[in-house]
Design a protein around this ligand. Sequence first.
Ligand SMILES: [Zn+2]
Length: 325
Amino acid sequence: MRWGVVMALGLVPVAPPEPSRLALRLGWPVDCRLGETCAIQNYPDEDPGPGVRDYACHARSYDKHDGTDIRLVSMALQRRGVNVLAAAEGNVLRVRDGVEDKSVRDQPPGAIAGRECGNGVVIAHGGGWETQYCHMRQGSLVVRSGQHVSAGQVLGKVGLSGDTEFPHLHLTVRKDGKAVDPFALGAPAGTCRAGRSLWQQTPPYREGEILVAGFAAGPVQMKDVQANGADQRPRPSRTTPIVAFVQAIGLEAGDVQRLVLAAPDGRILADNQAPPLDHDKAQQLLFAGRGRVPAGGWPTGEYRATYSVIRDGKMVLTNTAKTVL
Ligand SMILES: [Zn+2]
């Protein structure tokens, strides 16, 4: 009937858009602030062989990794609850819940075989496009199979389920059943930063990143930083040792890190220049500190810890953290 009306008006009928020709546009799938509460830990691996290469021709990935890992800066943040959001409108194809939030490091080998994604959601967007969300928190999923979801709708929360040892969302984007790189769709093999981004707002590529920078009253371990981020207790005071620490991700072989701790008057209390990294590091922790408290305690004022990474003679990362004693 409607067709007839159109014809009667003498208008040229317009064919409906063919979904398969429409590219998917992706919103950010985690309710976090990149560079503050979250960071991209791994990109998809574009190398077809045993090597590792992300779309920018660095190695912020691992062999056969088919998605984008968006990492929360601490387990404390994960426990408070960070929402996973539908990257685009679509229909929920499948969900899985019931997998415990537990690091693979704390489980026997093979414990999560067949459940590597952990608690997850798959959404079909039409035109052969799908997005898959992995490692979500047990019991947090709020959508069910067959449900229509709008872009940005809450699916559940970031967790620690499946094949993971830090809280993150793994997002796989598929076209016609095959994983694609949302940062570089259609990039010819072997090219760098080519192809087309599917993101509405493409996150800037970072050649390494500072995840956490803070101060403590003594040595801290990676597990402490992963648990509580910059918020380490007890906090340093005028009468305790003072230790600055930085957790960086995505560093490369040959990178030279340095952490300099300075007193309020500018005097250098500690200067830790690490030897060049012998291989690429997914994450790395560096300290600079003073254990011996001066008689009468540390002077009051602002203490600064300046971190830098030199790569091929160029500074690729720098940051100054401050604390007041
Ligand atoms: Zn992943």
